[in-house]
Ligand binder design. Structure first.
Ligand code: ZN
Ligand code: CU1
Length: 168
């Protein structure tokens, strides 16, 4: 009988250990999200505008420990939100449209790309929901082609700050 109980406790501890690890791990695990579609009623998380009523690249943000995307009417509003330090800390993933793959006036949500590795064109003459905005591209060559056609210059994710946004 004693042997049986001992066997049981051993078996239990074997089962319990991975479960505990799983439970602890759960809080820190960072799930990779895929960009989601912008629906007809979706409002910009920053300015409240209906997102699909306007052209230009849009943005999406997934925070750590949440599954719901925050959606933005423009790359301009996306970065205004992202750059606030209390937000930057919470953010796990950011997406922007690849404007080489989709028309400016009606971006297709199948062409969301990782914002952190994207190339951006500032000071071009195309307008987004909030006026001047950053055009986003997955490919440097495409960003150059866009700048050639619509003006502006190339920057990377790391070069985007509040100063730059204010002077678009
Ligand atoms: Zn907005
Ligand atoms: Cu807006």
């Amino acid at each position: 009988m004693l042997i049986l109980i001992k066997k049981w406790t051993k078996a239990l501890s074997i089962i319990a250990l991975p479960l505990m690890l799983l439970a602890c791990g759960d809080k820190t695990v960072e799930v990779a999200h895929l960009a989601v579609k912008i629906e007809s009623g979706d409002e910009c998380h920053l300015c409240g505008m209906l997102i699909i009523q306007f052209g230009g690249p849009k943005g999406e943000i997934f925070n750590k420990r949440t599954t719901k995307a925050k959606k933005f009417c423009s790359t301009r509003d996306l970065f205004s939100y992202y750059l606030q330090p209390e937000n930057t800390r919470q953010i796990q993933q950011i997406f922007v449209h690849d404007m080489a793959q989709t028309p400016w006036d009606k971006p297709n949500d199948e062409h969301f790309i990782d914002a952190k590795t994207a190339w951006y064109v500032k000071d071009h003459n195309q307008r987004g929901s909030m006026g001047a905005t950053l055009a986003s591209f997955s490919n440097k060559q495409d960003a150059q082609t866009f700048a050639h056609e619509f003006g502006g210059s190339l920057i990377t994710f790391a070069q985007i700050d509040f100063d730059l946004l204010a002077n678009l």
